[in-house]
Design a protein around this ligand. Structure first.
Ligand code: ARG
Length: 464
């Protein structure tokens, strides 16, 4: 039986690696999650080597069979990962050699761990991006359905977190959807630069064997092979792009979280979050805390941090591969885990939000939210907008002093400030009149919200 090999015993080494250095440089504890893609890549490589005559079919079959057995052992939890074998690639190759003998040592012909790891990470990220896309779509679906159902629900719209104008809750939710739609498009765009095959670049310069890179690219479902061997082993832009997508996504989720936290507070009281998304306080029995949105808001920090880690990792690195690149995995993996967790929590939670429609309407009614509508009314009666602004300002000051909203004033009260005001003013001072009047593409009118929800659903249906 051929002994499994170790890179730092025998060969050019006169002494074994220091035990601490061995542990310090090993990545197997975190890169073992690439096992499936590593095996997939090796099978494609061996298949190609047999096609071009570098391996015999018998050798290729033994390698493929051995790798499949190793995959099953790993999945049954029976595989013995060893730090002495440094990383996922060496662990699997050593196990293959232990299993099938000298033929196992031929797998690495015409390849290096440098193009191997670049291939594995791209395959892994591509697979995970598919899951991210699925959860993002599920979240958007729930959001759009809720928006459609709440197309007529009136709430205050805010600027500077001060009541500005009435809007519909459906319109607000569709604003969230726009953010997520852009995120989805960024994800799909990033995927184009992930799904390219670096395999065949070998250590950095390519290889002297008559390899067929188009074939391995095709076997692995890549769109094409990369163009330049030096760039192939050193490029980690694709991981940075994913983290950049993730940072924007989490920025958006944190903004939604912030609004949910505000809205569930007693002071706003706009929505209820079902108990299953909340926890209590260990000391204050009355509390029901919006933990899920708070935690998503908090997790944004680590995702931004990972983006900074990767940008800094790659800064000033000379071509081509450097061991530094081993540090790409933990930030990328944690970003993937975090994004998937946050999306899952949001996709589960959004359809369960319980809007308190009367409270929202009352809040809009109280905040002089139809002041702009009164100004627009006066402009239609012939006043210049700045003069109308002045008249409405005086009416609001009166309302503040009297504790009355504009819609609660009598005609006589309103006419103190302008004799252009007549009975028809009450058509525009109502909340429903106010939102219905903003009836154009992108406006808050219920009719527009329903149409926008339809368009958003069509976009979702067009996804693969
Ligand atoms: N574990 C390494 C990494 O993650 C694999 C590539 C190692 N290549 C090398 N020449 N040491 O980057």
């Amino acid at each position: 039986m051929t002994q499994p090999h170790s890179l730092s015993s025998g060969g050019r080494f006169n002494e074994p690696t220091d035990a601490f250095v061995e542990a310090f440089t090993a990545s197997v504890n975190f890169d073992q999650r690439l096992y499936s893609q590593d095996i997939q890549g090796s099978i494609a490589h061996a298949t190609m080597l047999a096609k071009v005559g570098v391996l015999t079919d018998i050798e290729k079959d033994a390698i493929v069979q051995g790798l499949q057995e190793i995959r099953e052992e790993i999945e049954r939890g029976e595989f013995n990962w060893s730090v002495a074998q440094e990383d996922v690639h060496m662990n699997i190759e050593a196990a293959l050699t232990a299993k099938i003998g000298i033929i196992g040592k031929k797998l690495h012909t015409g390849r290096s761990r440098n193009d191997q790891v670049a291939t594995d990470v791209r395959l892994y990220l591509r697979d995970e991006m598919q899951l991210v896309a699925g959860e993002l779509t599920r979240l958007q679906k729930g959001l759009i359905a809720l928006a459609e159902a709440e197309a007529d629900t009136i709430m205050p719209g805010f600027t500077h977190l001060q009541t500005a104008q009435p809007v519909t809750f459906g319109h607000h939710l569709l604003a969230w959807n726009e953010m997520l739609q852009r995120d989805y498009e960024r994800l799909m765009d990033a995927r184009k630069r992930v799904n390219i095959s670096p395999l065949g670049a070998a250590a950095l310069a390519g290889t002297t064997y008559p390899i067929d890179r188009l074939q391995t690219a095709e076997l692995l479902g890549f769109d094409r092979p990369t163009e330049n061997s030096l760039d192939s082993v050193s490029d980690r832009d694709f991981a940075i792009e994913f983290c950049s997508f993730a940072s924007l996504l989490l920025m958006h989720l944190s903004r939604m979280s912030e609004e949910l936290v505000l809205w569930t507070s007693a002071q706003f009281n706009f929505i209820d979050l079902p108990d299953r998304f909340c926890t209590g306080s260990s000391i204050m029995p009355q509390k029901k805390n919006p933990d899920v949105p708070e935690l998503v808001r908090g997790k944004t920090g680590r995702v931004y941090g990972h983006l900074m880690s990767l940008l800094t990792l790659m800064k000033s690195q000379p071509l081509a591969y450097n061991k530094d690149n081993q540090e790409d995995k933990e930030p990328l993996f944690d970003t993937l885990d975090t994004v998937q967790g946050c999306l899952r929590a949001f996709a589960d939670m959004v359809p369960a939000l319980e809007p308190k429609r009367e409270v929202m309407r009352e809040a809009a009614r109280r905040g002089f939210a139809t002041a702009t509508d009164l100004a627009d009314y006066l402009v239609r009666k012939g006043l210049a907008f700045r003069d109308a602004h002045e008249v409405v300002g005086q009416s609001v000051a009166y309302g503040v002093a009297e504790g009355k909203d504009l819609s609660e004033m009598s005609l006589g009260e309103l006419q103190q400030f302008s004799n252009s005001i007549s009975e028809d003013v009450f058509d525009v001072l109502t909340l429903d009149g106010s939102v219905a009047a903003r009836n154009h593409l992108g406006g808050t009118a219920p009719e527009q919200v329903r149409a926008a929800a339809q368009r958003a659903q069509t976009l979702l249906r067009q996804r693969g």
